[in-house]
Design a protein around this ligand. Structure first.
Ligand SMILES: NC(=O)c1ccc[n+]([C@@H]2O[C@H](COP(=O)([O-])OP(=O)(O)OC[C@H]3O[C@@H](n4cnc5c(N)ncnc54)[C@H](O)[C@@H]3O)[C@@H](O)[C@H]2O)c1
Ligand SMILES: O=C(O)C[C@H](O)C(=O)O
Length: 350
């Protein structure tokens, strides 16, 4: 199908989304999306948002607890996707079989005072087992890894897939979209300053590196639309720090009740939608994401990536960096390298 046909079908469906159900006459391709960890804080709103996405024809919701209720609830929404819930481990094969995209928000979230790396001991094993099942039941699927620490869970997944002989570096993505969403919001928030008038939904800011503390490097020098008033060095430093600490800001505000769930579900849905568009042949779909990369000396790195019919079509370069960003890039490398190596070591030894 031509990309223009897909775009107009999508737009027609979006316009009618809340008024009528999808009919089988639509030219959109069949696409199955599986969410692993679907009954959790992220999983539930993400399941809702994927049910609203007209590109999804089948939605498989898997969790070790609570999925029947979430699946029954979401399934009553009159949109295209057929919903099925799966709970016990012997059902994971049914959940995964035929999936085009698998989204993984399974695992424990942070509490105040913890780093994302403190989640490694529990989440590494969860992610490893889920990836073993993906390699077995849907080896060709595009994988969107949300579970933290992303800087290590993506390398774990790559090693599991290598061991199984199914690794395709074009199909494994660490989801860093929430960093981009935050950078956009905080940058556009500057419109409250005299002389700036940025519309939140028009703003874009690339965020590169990884997904933890200083490894999150927003490139405000490349923000679009460019503001007509240069931000001061102090303002850029403050915006950068707020983006890097965005997760911690939410963890502290939730005071022991978890980390970002609603904004993450929004970000996860945006990224999955971009992957589906790429698979469907829509041209010029570009998102920042943590992938196998050769744009720095590190084997995995988040940068702008062009998405296509086979997943990654092109890993785009970093562009021109300011001196402040160059310094941030050098500072983040040791931490990111050690998180990547920790994940690889775990997967090799377990
Ligand atoms: N990438 C990001 O930007 C980002 C943002 C926010 C949160 N996160 C991470 O996402 C993860 C989930 O966060 P949350 O707030 O939804 O946590 P949560 O505790 O609310 O939900 C996690 C869900 O995973 C399920 N689960 C646990 N083990 C499982 C398994 N083996 N198979 C299937 N499901 C399993 C649990 O039953 C639970 O429903 C955390 O690791 C968190 O740090 C990442
Ligand atoms: O901060 C966390 O622990 C969750 C997530 O990685 C986030 O950025 O919100």
């Amino acid at each position: 199908m031509r990309p223009s046909m897909i775009r107009s079908a999508e737009s027609a469906l979006r316009r009618g989304l809340l008024r009528r159900s999808y009919t089988s006459e639509s030219p959109l391709p069949e696409r199955k999306v599986a969410i692993l960890g679907a009954a959790g804080g992220i999983g539930q709103p993400l399941s809702l948002l994927m049910k609203l996405n007209p590109l999804v024809s089948n939605l498989a919701l898997y969790d070790i607890a609570g999925t029947p209720g979430v699946a029954a609830d979401v399934s009553h929404i009159n949109t295209r996707a057929e919903v099925a819930g799966y709970m016990t481990e012997d059902q994971i094969g049914q959940a995964l079989e035929g999936s085009d995209v698998v989204i993984i928000p399974a695992g424990v979230p942070r509490k105040p005072g913890m780093t994302r790396d403190d989640l490694f001991n529990i989440n590494a094993g969860i992610v490893k087992n889920l990836c073993v099942a993906i390699a077995k039941y849907c080896p060709d699927a595009v994988v969107n890894m949300i579970s933290n620490p992303v800087n290590s869970t993506v390398p774990i997944a790559s090693e599991v897939f290598k061991k199984a002989g199914t690794y395709d570096e074009k199909k494994l993505f660490g989801v860093t979209t929430l960093d981009v969403v935050r950078a956009r919001t905080f940058f556009a928030g500057k419109s409250k300053s005299p002389g700036l008038n940025l519309v939140f939904t028009d703003v874009n800011v690339p965020v590169v590196g990884g997904h933890a503390g200083i490894t999150i490097l927003p490139l405000f020098s490349q923000a679009t639309p460019a503001s007509n008033v240069a931000l001061s060095a102090d303002e850029i430093t403050a915006l950068t720090k707020r983006t890097q600490d965005g997760g911690t800001e939410v963890v502290e505000a939730k005071a022991g009740k978890g980390s970002a769930t609603l904004s993450m579900a929004y970000a996860g849905a945006l990224f999955a939608d971009a992957c589906l568009k790429g698979l469907n042949g829509v041209p010029d779909v570009v998102e920042c994401t943590f992938v196998q990369s050769s744009i720095t000396e590190l084997p995995f790195f988040a940068s702008k990536v062009r998405l296509g019919k086979n997943g990654v079509e092109e890993v785009l370069g970093l562009g021109t960096l300011s001196d402040f960003e160059k310094e941030g890039l050098e500072k983040l490398k040791p931490e990111l390298k050690s998180s990547i190596e920790k994940g690889i070591k775990f997967a090799k030894e377990n």
